[in-house]
Design a protein around this ligand. Structure first.
Ligand code: BGC
Length: 634
C-alpha cells in the first residue's frame, strides 16, 4: 500500500516537470503524514482479525498431551505472534507494559539489579503480575516467562535467603544439598512469580583472574555435571525453569583477549581442541539428562567464530547429539555480539539454533528483522516453528497455562528453614587448608580476638548479584548474620574482642585470634583481575593480629583462590577458605567452633603464583607446583 502511494507521487512530479510548487510547507506536511503512516504500518499492533480460540481449544486443555497442545497452539499463531515468543526483553527496557500485548512478547527478564521500585516481595508480585496480566490480554493468552539470575537464592530482594555462591556449593560437593538449595531458591522465586532462573553456571574456569569464577561449581567438569544436574532437578521440581550456561567453554577464555575494552577475559576468546570440547560438553550432557528447560549461549568467540553462530555446536552437538529438547536462549545482547549488521546477526544466530533472543532492548527492531528474515526466506518457517515450539513446550511443561498447578509459598522468602539450610551449606562449603591452631576451637568463655575487613561485612560475604549487579560493600542486608555476629552468638558477645583493623592496645593478648579478610564484591568482567590477592590493609591487619595471639586463624572470604605469599602462610597457624557464604555467616562459626565438622574440599586448583595461569586439568602453565590441588581439604 505504501509503495503504491510513493509511485503516484513520482508520476505527478513527472507530469508537471517545470511547475513551481508555491506551498512547500504542504509538501513537508504531506511527507510528515506519509512517514507517520509508514512507521505506523511497520509498527502496527497485531489486529485480532484472527479468531479468538474458544475456552475448550485443545491447547487450553490441561489433560491433553503436551505435544498435541503445542501443535494446536502453533497452528493458530500468526507470524507476529510467533516472532513475539522469541523475544526476551529486560523489564527496564520495556517502553510500556502494553508492549507485552502489542508485540506478543514471550518473556521478560530482570537483568542484574533490575528490580521494582518497591523492592519487597509484594512489590515483585505486583510488578510481575501486571506483566502477566498484559500477556493475558492477547488473543491466544500465551503466558510469559519471567526470568532472572538467582545465582545464590532470590538475592534481588533484601530479606531473601542468600545461599553460598556456586563455588561454595562446589566445595561442599554434596548433590543432595545442592538440590535442596535449588528447591528452596525456587520456592522463594515462585512466591514472587518468577518462573525462570539463569542458573546454574556449568563453566569450568581455568584462570582465577576471571571475574566469574565464583559463579561456577569449580574447574572439574565431572563435578559440574553432577552438581549441575542436581541443581536443575531441585529447581525445576518447583516449576522454575533452569538455564544451564554459558554454552560452551566459557571457563576457558584467555587472559588479555576480551573484545570488551573494559575487561580482560570476560566476553573474550576460547581456543580449544576436540578432546577439550568433549570434556566441556560433559556437564551439558548431564544437564540434558536432568531435563534442563533452557541453555544459554555465551558471549565469546569460539575457535575464531562467534559461538552464537556456531551451528555445529548448538544444533549439531547440543540439540542433536545430546538430544536437548528445551530452548536455547542467547545471553545479554548476545545475538548481536561480534556482528555489524543486526539483521544478519539475527539470521545467523537463529539459523545456528538459537530459539530466544535476550535482546534485552530494541525489541521493535528485533521483531522487524525477524519477521523480514522469515518473509525473505533467510530463516525458514520450519526453523521458526521449531524455535516457537520449544518455547511453548517449556511453558506447558512448567504448567504456566494451567495456573492451578503453581504453588504460591508467599511466606518462604528468607524463611527460618531456608536460612537454616543456607547455614548448613555455609558450614559444608568451608575448606580447611592449614591447621596448626587445632581447629575447631572450644566454644567456651575464653577470650577470642576477631578482626578483618570481611569479619563484619555482609555485603562482602554475599558478593555480587546481591540486590545490585555488583553487590554492595558494607553491612546492610536485613535479616542476615555477619561472620562476626555468628562468632558472638557461638561464644557469647562478652568473649569476643573485635577491632576491624586489629588495632588492639599493646597489653591485649588472647590464645586465639581470627582474622577474616578477602575480596570486595564484583561481577562479570568488572571482576577480571590481573592478580587476585589480599589487599595491603588485609595483610597489615593479619600482621597486627599476629602479635596479640598464640594461634592466628586466617579466614578468606573470596570468590576465587587468591595468590598468597607463601612466607605469610607459613606464619599463620590455620587457614580456612569460606568462599562467598551469603547471608548466614553463622555457618562459618559452626565449623570454627566445631558445631559442624570441616568437610569441604577445594573445587578448584589453588595456584601458588599468577604465572601458573591457566591451569588445565590440574597442570599449571609454567609447570611449577600448585599451592593446593583441587580436592584438597583437611
Ligand atoms: C550474563 C548472564 C546473565 C545475563 C542476565 C549477562 O550479562 O552474562 O550470565 O544471565 O546477563 O542477567
Amino acid at each position: 500500500m505504501v509503495k503504491h502511494k510513493q509511485v503516484k507521487i513520482k508520476k505527478a512530479v513527472k507530469r508537471h516537470p517545470k511547475r513551481k510548487f508555491r506551498k512547500p510547507y504542504l509538501v513537508v506536511a504531506f511527507l510528515g503524514v506519509m512517514a507517520w503512516a509508514l512507521v505506523g504500518y511497520v509498527e502496527r499492533p497485531f489486529k485480532a482479525e484472527l479468531p479468538t480460540p474458544s475456552a475448550d481449544a485443545l491447547y487450553k486443555q490441561s489433560k491433553a498431551p503436551i505435544e498435541d497442545r503445542v501443535r494446536d497452539l502453533l497452528g493458530r499463531m500468526s507470524l507476529e505472534e510467533k516472532v513475539g515468543q522469541l523475544a526476551l526483553v529486560d523489564k527496564n527496557s520495556l517502553i510500556k507494559t502494553e508492549d507485552i500485548k502489542r508485540y506478543n512478547l514471550g518473556a521478560i527478564l530482570s537483568g542484574a539489579g533490575a528490580k521494582p521500585r518497591d523492592n519487597t516481595p509484594a512489590g515483585w508480585v505486583a510488578m510481575i503480575d501486571s506483566f502477566k496480566a498484559e500477556a493475558q490480554k492477547t488473543r491466544l493468552q500465551i503466558p510469559i516467562l519471567y526470568g532472572l539470575d538467582a545465582n545464590h537464592g532470590h538475592s534481588n530482594i533484601p530479606g531473601a535467603t542468600v545461599f553460598p555462591h556456586f563455588i561454595g556449593l562446589g566445595a561442599a560437593g554434596d548433590p543432595a544439598l545442592v538440590s535442596q538449595v535449588a528447591t528452596a531458591t525456587a520456592e522463594e522465586l515462585d512466591s514472587t512469580g518468577v518462573n525462570w532462573s539463569y542458573s546454574p553456571s556449568l563453566d569450568a574456569p581455568e584462570d582465577i583472574r576471571w571475574g566469574r569464577v565464583y559463579e561456577t561449581f569449580g574447574d572439574n567438569p565431572a563435578l559440574n555435571a553432577q552438581l549441575g544436574a542436581s541443581y536443575i532437578s531441585g529447581l525445576q521440581i518447583e516449576h522454575v525453569a533452569a538455564s544451564a550456561k554459558h554454552f560452551l567453554g566459557t571457563g576457558s577464555m584467555l587472559w588479555g583477549r576480551s573484545k570488551n575494552q573494559n575487561f580482560k577475559i570476560d566476553q573474550g576468546r576460547v581456543e580449544t581442541t576436540t578432546e577439550e570440547e568433549a570434556q566441556m560438553l560433559m556437564p551439558y550432557r548431564a544437564a540434558v539428562g536432568a531435563d534442563v528447560k533452557s541453555v544459554m549461549i555465551g558471549l565469546q568467540d569460539y575457535n575464531g567464530q562467534p559461538i552464537i553462530q556456531n551451528k555445529n555446536l548448538i544444533t549439531g552437538k547440543l540439540k542433536g547429539e545430546l538430544g536437548f529438547k528445551g530452548f536455547v536462549v542467547s545471553d545479554w545482547y548476545g545475538i548481536y555480539e561480534w556482528q555489524q549488521s543486526k539483521y544478519l546477526a539475527t539470521v545467523k544466530a537463529f539459523n545456528a539454533g538459537v530459539d530466544m533472543a535476550m535482546l534485552p532492548f530494541n525489541y521493535k527492531m528485533f521483531q522487524r528483522d525477524m519477521s523480514s528474515a522469515v518473509k525473505n526466506g533467510d530463516i525458514s518457517e520450519e526453523r521458526l516453528n521449531d524455535a516457537v515450539s520449544r518455547i511453548l513446550r517449556v511453558k506447558f511443561e512448567l504448567g504456566l497455562f494451567d495456573v492451578a498447578t503453581i504453588d504460591n509459598k508467599a511466606d518462604s522468602i528468607g524463611s527460618g528453614p531456608h536460612r537454616q539450610l543456607a547455614r548448613q551449606a555455609v558450614a559444608k562449603s568451608a575448606v580447611l587448608l592449614k591447621n596448626e591452631a587445632s581447629l575447631p576451637l572450644l566454644a567456651n568463655s575464653e577470650k577470642v580476638l576477631v578482626a578483618g575487613s570481611s569479619a563484619d561485612n555482609i555485603g562482602r560475604q554475599c558478593g555480587a548479584w546481591t540486590v545490585e549487579w555488583q553487590g554492595i560493600d558494607g553491612n546492610w542486608l536485613p535479616g542476615a548474620t555477619s561472620i562476626l555476629k555468628g562468632i558472638e552468638q557461638t561464644v557469647g558477645t562478652n568473649s569476643v574482642v573485635y577491632s576491624q583493623s586489629a588495632d588492639y592496645e599493646n597489653g591485649i593478648r588472647a590464645k586465639n585470634g581470627i582474622v577474616v579478610v578477602g575480596e570486595k564484591p564484583y561481577a562479570e568482567g568488572w571482576g577480571d583481575n590481573q592478580e587476585p590477592k589480599l589487599s595491603d590493609d588485609d595483610q597489615a591487619t593479619i600482621k597486627k593480629m599476629r602479635s596479640h595471639v598464640d594461634n592466628l586463624i586466617v579466614v578468606i572470604v573470596s570468590g576465587r583462590p587468591l595468590i598468597l605469599n607463601q612466607a605469610d602462610v607459613s606464619s599463620w597457624d590455620s587457614l580456612v577458605a569460606v568462599w562467598l557464604p551469603g547471608s548466614e555467616g553463622a555457618g562459618v562459626a559452626d565449623v570454627l567452633f566445631g558445631r559442624t565438622k570441616f568437610s569441604g574440599k577445594l573445587p578448584i586448583a589453588w595456584p601458588a603464583s599468577i604465572q601458573q595461569m591457566p591451569i588445565k586439568e590440574g597442570k599449571t602453565k609454567d609447570g611449577t607446583p600448585l599451592l593446593f590441588a583441587r580436592g584438597f581439604g583437611l
